[in-house]
Design a protein around this ligand. Sequence first.
Ligand code: CP
Length: 301
Amino acid sequence: MQHLVETQQFDRAALKRLFELASSLEGKREESLKGKILASLFYAPSTRTRLSFESSMMRLGGNVISMENASESSSATKGESIEDTIRIVDDYADVIVLRHTEVGTAARAAAVSRVPIINAGDGVGQHPTQSFLDLYTIEREIGRTDDFHIAFVGNLAYYRSARSLAYLLGKYKNVKMTFVSGPELGMKDDVKEYLKEKNVDFTETEDLEGTMQIADVVYQTRMAEEWIPKGTDFEKLRQKYTITRPMTDHMKDGAILIHPLPRAGEISPDVDDSPHAVYFKQAAYGVLVRMALLKLFFGKA
Ligand code: CP
């Protein structure tokens, strides 16, 4: 694998290897990437993805150079194209982690880069490393990646992490999906067509409470108003799909509630100490999965 642009690039065997490696790295500090440099180029805001990649690189003994607000602080403001920027940065670093506002930017960067490009989110496109850590969380917390029912909730049309995970789960057996959303924010046709090709059993509903009582995994999303078409009443939609403590109290034993975070009101704070709430653990698992991914990219696994 030269670049990571979309989740479909990983098959089950590769994910199994990634997850085993991630688990073996828990609590570890190494020097295996000593002398290597990671560049994080973030043209859109981030807390978890950028810092967890940087933390992962440092835990492996590597170094980091970073542009955290590249849309304002880089030479893009002078008109430099992403292709030219990548042609420069690939001389400065051994791997580039890229987040951008526009769909397809990671693929454009990969087309010209001499070092690996890792897509850290491209507009409403994909966020593959998030879906890897989401799936890793599912495996760790419910003990399997086949034979379960996942409910995706809220903003499914414009939330790239949900789109990426749905693509990824198409590779697994007997994963039932319920898309809990309304017509404004429903899962887009490209994902649904892919799932039909893979014979995945999926349904669509607006019944959040009822679905939460039967799902093994509830995947909540942020309303992400920065991606939603202007004029949409996202406050009304946020309220409609907010998860409250009484709702989690009626989840099945062993079922989990995950969310890539950040949240913005769509999970009540009093859910945080529910036994079903694992979203903060999920964010912590991101370091393990990204450490494992970096080791694989550098042939150190
Ligand atoms: N989940 C996620 O991508 O978070 P950040 O936007 O903080 O990186």
